[in-house]
Ligand binder design. Structure first.
Ligand code: SF4
Ligand code: SF4
Length: 90
């Protein structure tokens, strides 16, 4: 069974000038304009192709994958704090 990936649309409204380019390029009609700003109306249809992100001249839209567990960094408890005595100076 394959899991369906979902995507989050991060919109920087201050940078969006409502030019409609991303709306026109989106192959799934996910995006629309609302009050001259882009809006992800059907985020569930997004396939994560990132055409909107690539085509936006103002870097106003970003696509992030949702629902994927990011691997955690090494736990602090695993760090070896044992400093050798010769590491100290006079
Ligand atoms: S990533 Fe692709 S499918 Fe998703 S909103 Fe952007 S252009 Fe549309
Ligand atoms: S291409 Fe960029 S500036 Fe134009 S409507 Fe889309 S997000 Fe806004």
């Amino acid at each position: 069974m394959s899991e369906k990936k979902t995507f989050e649309h991060v919109i920087h409204e201050r940078w969006c000038k409502g030019c409609n380019i991303c709306v026109a390029f989106c192959p799934k009609q996910v995006l629309t304009l609302r009050n001259v700003k882009v809006f992800a109306e059907r985020p569930d249809l997004c396939i994560g192709c990132r055409l909107c992100e690539i085509r936006c001249p103002d870097f106003a839209i970003e696509i992030r994958e949702k629902g994927v567990m990011q691997p955690k960094g090494k736990d602090v408890g695993d760090i070896d704090f044992d400093l050798k005595p010769e590491a100290h100076h006079d």
